[in-house]
Ligand binder design. Structure first.
Ligand code: SF4
Length: 347
């Protein structure tokens, strides 16, 4: 397991961010927050997929008021995302939000900032300052350094009010700029870092950009919570986030699927089996490596570190464990046998 860079922990509705090895998975709803039914449904889907903290957009007072009812029906902490209007933040806090995302430097009314900070202090709620490379104040030149300076300006306002339950993000749509900004941030601030590449595109684009940026950072020990942004169903974000953490050895209760690309040696219909097992493994919470390989000659050897696997023969497959061949199973039984073996696997 990697050692994370030490950060000052915050508490979001009972979940700790920072100061530990665990990296928390977040997502954001794309429903109208005031549409309580739709928002709750999406949050419950996200919960089932493995989301640990959810964020909702607060665009008006109705959205802020809806938090009360939403909170009654969900089981994970809820973050309110607010731009500019302090009254929305105040209302969201009073209605039970677990954290606020807002940039205090964008709020002109100092008394309102004081009120938000006071309410957060009373309720032990943290604030995330979210710097986005594309929407920096005009007084800054666009650069990673400017993102850090912008965060310092927002932070100064909170620190002057002796408020330190803070989390920071430095998102850019460019993965390399994202990496550079977070590296600088890790060397500058003690606050936990919320990692993400913003406006990362659809499933394939975002998966690549997020894996490069967030993967590189997490392997350096940087990052306390992640959000993979995808122009798609947010449940997909959670699937990618879990696999990303697993690949970085930061979340071990996610199965690892090993499968070969297939070649001319293949003798059975392997690809539908891979597809079905990939979906099935989404529902499994075990540290297990499962291999699905194309041929019995190279399959077990190539996948010998897998806990359980199959390698196809003629309309059949051999079952192997840790690279040792166990028995042959007919093609029609491969999925059933694999599921049974995975269920029985104790680790
Ligand atoms: S395991 Fe067999 S079928 Fe799959 S790529 Fe390797 S040689 Fe080809």
């Amino acid at each position: 397991m990697l050692t994370r860079l030490e950060t000052r922990p915050i508490n979001v509705g009972g979940i700790q961010i920072g100061g530990q090895n665990k990296v928390i998975i977040q997502s954001m709803t794309n429903t109208k927050t005031k549409d309580v039914r739709a928002t709750v449904k999406q949050i419950l889907d996200l919960e089932a997929a493995g989301c640990e903290i959810v964020r909702v957009a607060i665009l008006d007072i109705e959205d802020a008021k809806a938090i009360k009812e939403i909170k009654k029906q969900i089981h994970i902490p809820l973050v309110s995302d607010i731009h500019f209007n302090p009254d929305f933040a105040i209302e969201a806090i009073k209605n039970g939000t677990d954290k606020v995302r807002l940039n205090p430097g964008n709020i002109e009314n100092e008394d309102k900032i004081k009120e938000i900070v006071q309410l957060c202090k009373e309720r032990h709620l943290p604030i995330r300052i979210g710097i986005n490379g594309g929407s920096l104040n005009k007084k800054y030149q666009h650069s990673e350094e400017a993102m850090i300076e912008s965060a310092k300006d927002h932070l100064r306002i909170l620190e002057k009010l002796d408020f330190h339950d803070v989390c920071l993000s430095f998102k850019s749509s460019d993965p390399i700029e994202t990496i550079n900004a977070y590296r600088l941030a890790a060397n500058t601030f003690e606050y936990p870092l919320h990692l993400g590449v913003t406006e990362a595109g659809g499933l394939i684009n975002s998966t690549i950009k997020s894996s490069v940026a967030l993967g590189a950072l997490m392997l350096e020990g940087i990052g306390d919570t992640i959000r993979v942004s995808i122009s798609d169903d947010p449940v997909e974000e959670i699937k990618i986030a879990k696999k990303l953490l697993r690949t970085c050895n930061l979340k071990m209760d996610v199965p690892n699927l090993v499968s070969c690309p297939t070649c001319g040696r293949i003798q059975y219909d392997m690809l539908p089996i891979v597809k079905e097992m990939e979906d099935y493994l989404e529902t499994v919470h075990k540290n297990i490596t499962v291999a699905i390989m194309g041929c019995p000659v190279n399959g077990p050897q190539e996948a010998k570190r897998a806990d359980i696997g199959v390698a196809g023969g003629k309309e059949s497959a051999i079952l192997f464990k840790k690279g040792e061949i166990v028995r042959t199973i007919p093609q029609a039984d491969i999925i059933k046998v694999l599921k049974e073996e995975i269920q029985a696997f104790k680790g």
